[in-house]
Ligand binder design. Structure first.
Ligand code: FEO
Length: 389
């Protein structure tokens, strides 16, 4: 698919309808690897696609120009979903790579770059490609050390690479056409950019003086009518502000921890707290993290197995620990048999993440909870928002 987004500027990405897993991020809606082509005195390709889609990418380029005529390839980021097709396209075109020093170092660690020609740019540097000028702005650690974005001054387009991206395969290209685009963008933020969110205000600051008519990310839809909203969302998501919302993440062996979870949820709902509940065996980790992003309370329940946490919950805890969400109020609960263990493991993770912890004797239960016990869990949920840490 090729789409003209401005005169002589084209979206020529590849839609990956099949992908369902992206380094641990489940992608039930697929994804896209967005490349862009600018036809000026120089023909410029901005970013490429995963290696297994190189033929489709070259076919797209061929609908606009002869791939041999590409003069420059801008590498905004070296992760292989955007650089995986470089070797073949450089071989065909002999194009020079425009990138920054750190990305060049990373490219050399990925590919045989011996015969590649590089034009190294620093943050703020500009290159004329004819009628147009490309300006490069470094965005290190969003989310790799090599990241940068490219701004086309005359057309007011920001080629933002991963920033503002969404994992969604779609024949539609623009923000106003893609269903649930903000939810896709939120999930992407919560799983890719979250650990580096403190850098977002600096980037927003660096971009504030740019006139932007299009934000062209490297995944998902192009932002055209909702640019202000998505920038606002990024500032909000990076703020660590929370809603009056509880996310219950749990798993269960014989439904005992399940009963505790449901009783606590009922209490929370009746107290007016918004609740989302996820079973770790049934829900992608990335969906859970999107729920946690703006939640005030995180309640994690696990049965004790061999004096430890239940494996699917352990997997989630490790994942969440790496993403370092902002400060929350944490509650650990679960059923056990003859020895406790799971809730202690959960609380250790809360401590590492600097969560406040609320405890109560009803939160653990030996074997199967009785009616009386579940009433206490309900009351605990109902009163949680009134408790001080
Ligand atoms: Fe879409 Fe960091 O790669």
């Amino acid at each position: 698919m090729v789409l003209k987004i401005k005169d002589d500027i084209y979206w020529i990405g590849v839609i990956d309808w099949d992908i369902r897993e992206f380094h641990g991020y489940e992608t039930p809606s697929g994804s896209t690897y967005n490349s862009y082509l600018i036809k000026d005195e120089k023909v410029v390709l901005i970013d490429t696609a995963k290696h297994y889609l190189v033929d489709e990418l070259i076919m797209g380029i061929g609908k606009v120009v002869n791939p041999e005529d590409i003069d420059y390839i801008v590498v905004n980021h070296v992760e292989m979903d955007h650089s995986g097709s470089l070797e073949k396209i450089v071989e065909i075109s002999g194009a020079k790579i425009i990138t920054n020093e750190k990305a060049k170092e990373h490219l050399e660690l990925h590919y045989n770059t011996k015969n590649w020609e590089f034009i190294i740019v620093d943050s703020g540097e500009e290159i004329s490609i004819g009628k147009r000028t490309l300006k490069f702005i470094r965005t290190p650690m969003l989310h790799w050390p090599d990241n940068m974005v490219t701004y086309c001054k005359e057309d007011k387009i920001l080629f933002s690479n991963d920033a503002f991206g969404q994992h969604v395969a779609s024949s539609e290209r623009y923000d106003y056409e893609i269903e649930d685009i903000f939810n896709h963008a939120k999930e992407y933020f919560a799983n890719i950019l979250l650990p580096y969110r403190m850098l977002i205000p600096n980037v927003a600051n660096a971009l504030k003086d740019l006139e932007i008519e299009l934000i062209c990310p490297s995944h998902g839809g192009v932002w055209k009518e909702k640019i202000g909203e998505i920038i606002e969302k990024y500032v909000e998501w990076s703020s660590d502000n929370v809603e009056n919302k509880a996310v219950i993440v749990y798993d269960t062996m014989y439904k005992s921890t399940h009963k505790l979870a449901y009783a606590i949820a009922e209490g929370l709902i009746d107290s007016g707290v918004k609740v989302k509940m996820y079973n770790t065996s049934e829900t992608p980790l990335n969906t859970i993290m999107a729920g946690i992003l703006d939640a005030k309370y995180v309640l994690i329940g696990s049965p004790t197995l061999n004096t430890n946490v239940y494996p699917p919950v352990a997997k989630f805890l490790k994942y969440m620990e790496g993403l370092k969400p902002g400060k929350k109020i944490g509650v650990a609960f679960g059923s056990y048999g003859w020895a406790e263990g799971a809730t202690e493991v959960i609380k250790e993770v809360f401590k590492k993440l600097n969560f406040g912890i609320i405890e109560d004797e009803c939160l653990t239960c030996k074997f199967v909870p009785k009616e009386e016990h579940l009433k206490k869990c309900y009351e605990f949920g109902k009163n949680l928002s009134t408790k001080d840490i």
